[in-house]
Design a protein around this ligand. Structure first.
Ligand SMILES: Nc1ncnc2c1ncn2[C@@H]1O[C@H](COP(=O)(O)OP(=O)(O)O)[C@@H](O)[C@H]1O
Ligand SMILES: [Mg+2]
Length: 355
């Protein structure tokens, strides 16, 4: 089956230029988003997930941040060099975003319904009546009860889950090709989280939007994503199909994240399986950025940063322990199998996907 990449991020470098120095928030990031699929981006706080989405959205204006290198190909066209006006047009119509705390992105002094109508009118040039009709339908699509009365309420009168649904309705008002959801469920309780995830899934199936789902939880990724990108310290450390990553995680960091997914009824302290902290961006380790916390690190790891090794079937991993497996995959030519040589007897799942 032919798959098209609706988004290709190539060697993206986004730095913040502060008086105190340069913060390399995203540094040499590569990934693709296939049309109609959901990509999960995971990683601890500060790994560059939000900055990646702001760079894609073109929302770094007003910060000291800048895309200093790399390309963001949307539908085959690099959007990094485009003017602010062209970026705004794409942002409104083709790439939409929902944020972690919807209260900060909804206008507190404008009634909820008016805000959705405004988006629809702005992007589709609809009349007031048409916009209202469409807004009500969108809100109903999100499963909100008593939509008509909510229309005349202010955002603060709604619950967190209701506000998130309103944000999703607004994001979908323009039938975007890509929806970026940056930790949209983190601030919600578990039941509402599940409902929001289910809602996004249904809307994706209905509208065909491709989704980038940012979360710090691999558990959430397992539920809603087709592919996953694991970020650590401004870079990708592993990526691939969700089923491959869950079955054969290649990077010790990914394995640590997987081990920290709470099992049903079990309480797990955040990331207890990965001791230590993310390094200070101003004092980055010379070799692999994860080496100081890695139980499996070998000498090479602290000396030289590994490249992103290709393990076949779209599975890639930035870890020296994968060097041999990647070489085997290269020599076998098809990426059908390989041995990581880590004693774990891993084989890359392949999954029948060609690159
Ligand atoms: N507006 C900003 N000014 C300066 N540094 C920033 C800004 N936004 C983010 N950063 C820095 O960029 C890095 C990545 O941040 P972010 O993308 O928000 O992480 P994540 O979303 O993965 O938690 C962090 O070191 C953060 O301090
Ligand atoms: Mg973030």
């Amino acid at each position: 089956m032919e798959t098209k990449n609706i988004l290709e991020v190539k060697n993206l470098c986004t730095y913040f230029f502060m008086d105190s120095g340069v913060v390399k928030a995203v540094d040499g990031l590569d990934f693709v988003l296939e049309e109609g699929s959901t990509l999960g981006i995971v990683g601890e706080s500060g790994s560059g997930k939000s900055v990646t989405s702001l760079a894609i959205m073109g929302l770094l204006k007003g910060t000291t941040g800048k895309v200093v290198e790399g390309e963001i190909l949307f539908d085959g066209r690099d959007i990094v060099p485009l003017s602010e006006e062209e970026r705004r047009r794409i942002r409104g119509n083709e790439i939409a975003m929902i944020f972690q705390e919807p209260m900060t992105s909804l206008n507190p002094v404008i009634k909820t319904g008016e805000q959705i109508m405004e988006v629809i009118r702005l992007h589709q040039g609809a009349s007031r009546e048409e916009a209202k009709e469409r807004a009500i339908q969108l809100l109903k699509d999100t499963g909100l009860p008593r939509v008509e009365s909510m229309f005349d309420e202010y955002p603060f009168q709604l619950s967190g889950g209701q506000r998130q649904r309103v944000m999703i309705a607004m994001a979908l008002a323009c039938n975007p090709k890509i929806l970026i959801a940056d930790e949209p469920t983190t601030a919600l309780d578990v039941t509402i989280q599940a409902q929001i995830l289910d809602l996004m899934q249904r809307l994706k199936d209905k509208v065909g939007t491709s989704i980038i789902f940012i979360t710090h939880s691999l558990g959430v990724v397992a539920e809603v994503c087709d592919h996953v990108l694991v970020m650590y310290c401004s870079r990708s450390v592993e990526m691939g199909e969700v089923k491959t990553i869950f079955k054969n995680p290649a990077h010790p960091y990914t394995r640590g994240l997987l081990a920290s997914i709470p099992k049903l009824g079990e309480h797990v302290e955040a990331l207890e399986s990965i001791p230590g902290n993310v390094p200070n961006p101003k004092f980055m380790p010379k070799g692999c950025k994860f080496a100081p916390r890695c139980k499996e690190a070998i000498e090479k790891c602290s000396q030289m940063e590994p490249p992103l090794f290709d393990l076949g079937g779209g599975h890639k991993c930035r870890c020296w322990l994968c060097e041999k497996e990647a070489a085997d995959v290269r020599s076998s030519g098809d990426g059908a199998h390989g041995d990581c040589g880590d004693g774990g007897g891993r084989t890359s799942a392949g999954g029948g996907v060609n690159e």
